[in-house]
Ligand binder design. Structure first.
Ligand code: GDP
Ligand code: MG
Length: 339
């Protein structure tokens, strides 16, 4: 019997396959070095504390806010199937053992329309990636297009970056990802490659151990049990906006925003009055719906979220108002709370 001789192409292909296999093995063997505890830990001595800022960046809709919420263990950043859901820099934290992870969620970089709102969103993204200890660059596993490339080009070269290939549950065969993974290695010298699903608790837990080593030894910035630096008032506007995004058709949410007119606390009751601002008269009806049905549903769902978040009873009133062209007007965009 004679050994079948391999052609040089076959030898090269085998070597390449082995290299990819090794990369995959490393990616999948990253394990958490600390296990998040259910309760807030005792505060360790100052000189053993570790704390750092981690920016979560990527194009719209790759799962950044879903990831942040899963990491924090509570909804602090709203999510939907629509791009542009996140409009603000949202900070969420989680303290695990001696380490406080301070995650910064960002709007996905907008490349489609150049209006005042989108310019503001892009400034928020660029501002958030400077002065962080670590960047988590989120992409959809198996995908990389111009919008991803644009975000990648904005990342400072000197900061370690992890490539987080999210929505891995949508990839049916692990092997299918190998050529993509190889291509991604040429895009930047990523510190780690993390294929995962933000929907999987086990995967999310792994992220702490992976990020921890990039955070400096320094005193914590927040209390051990802090979850976000955003106010209750802000969270109220965000929860209403999430329902607006989830319960209306495609065009509407991008041209709407929510402002809080009143936020009062009386004992265990929170009284909140909010206005949904839309650009056109025709939009108003789409939000209110037949016999006020849609607006009512938004109110009920937002109220449930806010009751869960605050542990209080919530009384919520929502109005709808037309302010034509608000998203094109720099002053208005600012006055509605965008940076
Ligand atoms: P962002 O724009 O990057 O903040 O994305 P979101 O967090 O708002 O998520 C966009 C959509 O992707 C939502 O419908 C999420 O439920 C969905 N999503 C997020 N992570 C995953 C994941 O790991 N797997 C799948 N299948 N869907 C996900
Ligand atoms: Mg988001």
């Amino acid at each position: 019997m004679t050994d079948k001789k391999l052609t040089p192409d076959e030898v090269a292909a085998q070597a390449q396959a082995a290299a990819v296999e090794a990369m995959m093995a490393k990616a999948f063997s990253n394990r958490a070095s600390t296990t998040p505890a259910g309760d807030a830990p005792d505060t360790p001595a100052l000189d053993t504390q570790r704390c750092g800022l981690i920016a979560i960046v990527g194009k719209p809709n790759v799962g950044k806010s879903t990831l942040l919420n899963a990491l924090v263990g509570q909804k602090v950043s709203i999510t939907s199937r629509k791009a542009q859901t996140t409009r603000h820099r949202i900070t969420g934290m989680k303290t695990v053992g001696p380490t406080q992870f301070v995650f910064v969620d960002t709007p996905g970089f907008q490349t489609r329309h150049g209006n005042a709102l989108n310019r503001s969103l892009n400034r928020t993204v660029v501002g958030a990636v400077n002065d962080v200890d670590l960047i988590v660059f989120v992409v959809e596993a198996g995908q990389f297009n111009q919008a991803d490339e644009k975000v990648l080009s904005l990342l400072p070269a000197g900061t370690p970056a992890i490539l987080l290939a999210n929505k891995f549950d949508l990839i049916h065969r692990r092997g299918d990802i190998a050529p993509w993974l190889q291509m991604m290695q040429t895009k930047r010298d990523f510190a780690e490659f993390v294929p995962m699903s933000a929907n999987s608790a086990k995967d999310v837990e792994r992220v702490f151990g992976i990020c921890e080593k990039y955070l400096p030894q320094q005193a914590w910035m927040y209390e051990a049990d802090a979850l976000t630096d955003r106010s209750d008032r802000f969270m109220a506007a965000e929860m209403i906006r999430e329902k607006l995004f989830r319960l209306t058709g495609d065009e509407l949410p991008y041209t709407s925003t929510v402002i809080i007119d009143k936020y009062e606390q009386e004992g265990n009751l929170r009284k909140i009055a909010a206005t949904i601002v839309v650009e056109r008269d025709g939009h108003k009806g789409m939000i209110i719906g037949d016999k006020g049905e849609k607006l009512k549903r938004m109110g009920t769902e937002a109220r449930h979220e806010l009751e869960a978040l605050t542990g209080n009873k919530v009384f919520l009133e929502i109005w709808v108002k037309v302010r034509s062209g608000w998203a094109d007007n720099e002053d208005r965009v600012k006055s509605f709370g965008y940076e």
